[in-house]
Design a protein around this ligand. Structure first.
Ligand code: NAP
Length: 258
């Protein structure tokens, strides 16, 4: 349970190897007044790939409990057991950070059905599965925060990468609807909408206007948790940029997004 000052004490991170997730956990540990004592990092091949990260986190806070658990967002049948096990081992979870996601290669996902569906499966169905389970877990406790990594790509879907954009639009709508459904229950859902962030996901791609960093997204998430924001845009000006872009007529939008 968050402490008397509202600091998060335990977190479950789904997609624990994400660059944005790593930066966010580090920020949660170094934030003034931080009380984070338990972090569960859930990822594919977690034991072999996240050991260094676990060591890095323990170096920041000696005594921090870091558990690495196997998690595949696509294997939705396995998700309920993961939540049950985490709750049984660690008790109350204050924060569930949902940070996994795939971009896909647009040149392929635009043309091949299976590849397009794979993006939707991970980003929409995988997210919906863990969001529902997180909501049930936190509602049972009577408190907690869920953070879901959306993207501005879902605010106006671009033809150049419409499978990813559509997946973020679908997930964003699901997370927002869930947030409203849970409003007043003590469980808070925050939707995070970054623009282009320099991470593994975007490695090799040219920067976009208002390109940002995992640390900037982490700062915005921690600030949003403190203020109980419903939606966080990173950088914040993107809120107004997309308010305008959404109004553009389709022929104009098609010309911009080549
Ligand atoms: N980077 C950006 O420009 C940007 C902008 C807006 C939103 N976002 C969103 O932010 C989130 C974090 O992305 P990031 O930028 O931090 O990229 P990242 O470092 O590539 O992290 C994405 C993570 O998702 C994990 N993942 C993918 N499919 C999975 C699956 N089936 N099961 C479990 N884990 C899976 C990957 O794990 P593996 O290592 O096992 O593949 C990886 O650790 C994503 O939802 C992304 O869509 C990113």
């Amino acid at each position: 349970m968050r402490d008397a000052l509202g600091a998060v004490q335990s977190a479950l991170v789904l997609g624990g190897g994400s660059d944005i997730a790593r930066a966010t956990v580090r920020r949660l540990l170094t934030d003034g007044g931080s009380r984070l004592g338990t972090v569960v990092l859930a990822a594919r091949h977690a034991e072999s790939r996240l050991d260094a990260l676990a060591g890095e986190l323990r170096a920041i806070r000696p005594g921090l409990v870091v558990e690495l658990v196997e998690f595949d967002a696509d294997d939705v049948e396995s998700h309920a057991a993961l939540f049950d096990e985490v709750a049984a081992r660690h008790g109350d979870i204050d924060l569930v950070l949902v940070a996994f996601g795939v971009l896909g290669d647009p040149a392929v996902t635009r043309e091949q059905t299976g590849e397009a569906l794979a993006v939707l499966h991970t980003n929409v169905l995988g997210s919906a599965s863990v969001l529902m389970l997180a909501a049930q877990l936190l509602a049972g406790q009577g408190h907690g925060d869920i953070v879901w990594l959306s993207s501005v790509a879902g605010q106006r879907v671009r033809r150049s990468n419409f499978p990813y954009g559509a997946s973020k639009a679908g997930g964003d709508g699901f997370a927002e609807g869930l947030a409203d459904h849970l409003h007043g229950t003590g469980v808070h859902v925050m939707v995070v909408r970054p623009g282009f962030v320099r991470t593994k996901m975007t490695a090799g791609l040219p920067d976009q206007p208002m390109t940002t960093t995992p640390d900037a997204v982490a700062d915005a998430i921690v600030h949003g948790l403190r203020t109980r924001a419903d939606t966080v845009w990173v950088p914040p000006a993107l809120r107004w940029v997309f308010a305008g872009l959404k109004l553009l007529p389709r022929p104009v939008w098609r010309r911009i997004d080549r």
